[in-house]
Design a protein around this ligand. Structure first.
Ligand SMILES: [Ca+2]
Length: 442
């Protein structure tokens, strides 16, 4: 029996490694327990059915429509909590017979490896046979977690309670330790779970409806997600180079919320220099408080404004690492902000070429200087611009899987490594308590 268990553990799939390991730890105890309980079980074999001496319950247990050889079958009185009853094992053809069953209402459970089934069986007299026909095993159910997720009582004593979880009509039980329990291999369907605290006599009855393969970790209704707020960072309608989204937290004097196009090498529209980018329309520098960025804010053809420009890269044989970025500071220049309130970053972009949407932390220290601006990139995702206007939505958690990194960002933007035409409009943050971003500056 133990050898068989080992084979079973060896055949587990990786995803459920931990679960199996737990079963392997629990198994010796469970075997010990069932040996002790054997004396009171009525063990039935696969012998001929319908003997004159009494009734017989017959079934063919299948798994994926093939005989479930060696499936274990147990018949337990449907209200019983002790798991005692008639046991049998399916033969090579999946047939199982239990004879001489006392009058009563039972739950029959069959199980094999990670599959199980349950069905009600009524035995009305001691002479009539009950033919259950073919019964298919399904992927079994897991129930576990914190007791407080299964019952409404959240007092401290319940939270950390010790005791047992049992199921009426089934031979399954698990210990509750410090308010936690887990139980594998349950048959799908209606489960009458009973929570039995060690300290008091008050049991708690919980009904659980399950489907094959379910993993039930709570019975509390899902609390509806709070409505997300959308913050329009910039639609460019004012034609300037600030988003000025949170003027109370950003400071004009420190360049709060500035848009810019930066290139590496930093040479633009100087035709006589081989390292020069060509950006159209050509920016005109204004000496006091102006920005070349305003040149690329153009009419969108629908009565509004958008960012629209083409960029031609310098001779790539001379400048293999050339790059350009259209970027916006989240707040004050060189100050980092906690982006955690953001769930999704959305914008409209279209045109031609490929680009990386990046999030940057320009306050990073000890970065690799040979990487230039890229050294400050903390997260990025790629996109291919299409001719048709397209709304992009990126989950921040996808761009920045590391929660800690989300807490410090200065800048976001689109990076180019080759010729492109960009239309860009309506940058949005979607999340909750978004203004907290600008309160977090450091
Ligand atoms: Ca616009």
């Amino acid at each position: 029996m133990i050898f068989k268990k080992k084979l079973y553990i060896k055949g587990m799939d990786l995803k459920q490694n931990n679960n199996r390991r737990m079963i392997s730890l629990i198994a010796p105890l469970a075997i010990g327990f069932s040996l002790c309980a054997c004396g009171s079980d009525n063990v039935a074999g696969g012998g001929p059915s319908g003997t004159e001496a009494g009734n017989a319950i017959t079934a063919q247990i299948l798994i994926a429509n093939a005989p479930a050889a060696n499936a274990r079958v147990k018949l337990v009185e449907h209200n019983s909590l002790d798991g005692q009853g008639y046991t049998a094992t399916a033969n090579d053809s999946g047939y199982v017979t239990i004879e001489n069953v006392a009058i009563g209402s039972y739950t029959m459970e069959a199980s094999l490896n990670e599959s199980a089934l349950q069905l009600p069986v009524d035995v009305k007299d001691t002479v009539s046979d009950v033919a259950l026909g073919q019964q298919n095993l399904q992927k079994s159910v897991f129930i576990g977690g914190s007791i407080t997720d299964f019952i409404d009582d959240t007092t401290e004593s319940i939270k950390n309670m010790n005791g047992y979880v049992k199921f009426r009509g089934l031979d399954h039980s698990a210990a509750i330790t410090n308010g936690k329990f887990e139980i594998f291999g349950l048959p799908a369907g209606h489960l009458n779970m009973v929570i039995i605290p060690a300290e008091t006599a008050d049991t708690v009855k919980v009904s659980v409806e399950t489907d094959a393969g379910d993993s039930v970790t709570t019975l509390k209704p899902n609390t509806p997600e709070p409505e997300k707020e959308t913050l329009l960072i910039d639609d460019f309608e004012d034609g300037d180079f600030y988003h000025r989204l949170a003027p109370e937290y950003t400071n004009f004097m420190f360049g709060g919320g500035q848009w810019a196009i930066n290139t590496d090498p930093a040479i633009v529209n100087i035709d006589t220099l081989p390292g020069s980018f060509k950006i159209t329309p050509v920016a005109t520098y204004t000496p006091f408080g102006g920005s070349p960025f305003v040149a690329v804010i153009q009419d969108d053809g629908n009565g509004g404004k958008e960012v629209h420009f083409t960029i031609e890269f310098p001779d790539t044989s001379a400048y293999k690492q050339a790059s350009a970025i259209v970027k916006v500071d989240i707040g004050n220049s060189g100050v980092s902000y906690d982006l955690s309130p953001i769930d999704t970053i959305a914008f409209e972009a279209w045109g031609q070429g490929s680009s990386d949407f990046v999030i940057i932390d320009a306050t990073l220290k000890d970065v690799d200087a040979t990487l230039g601006g890229a050294a400050f990139t903390i997260g990025k995702t790629s996109l291919e611009l299409t001719q048709e206007k397209k709304k992009y939505k990126f989950a921040l958690a996808d761009i920045l899987p590391n929660e800690e990194k989300r807490k410090s960002a200065t800048t976001m933007g689109l990076v180019f490594h080759s010729d492109a035409e960009l239309h860009f409009d309506n940058l949005e943050f979607i999340g909750n308590d978004l203004l907290n971003i600008w309160k977090s500056n450091k």
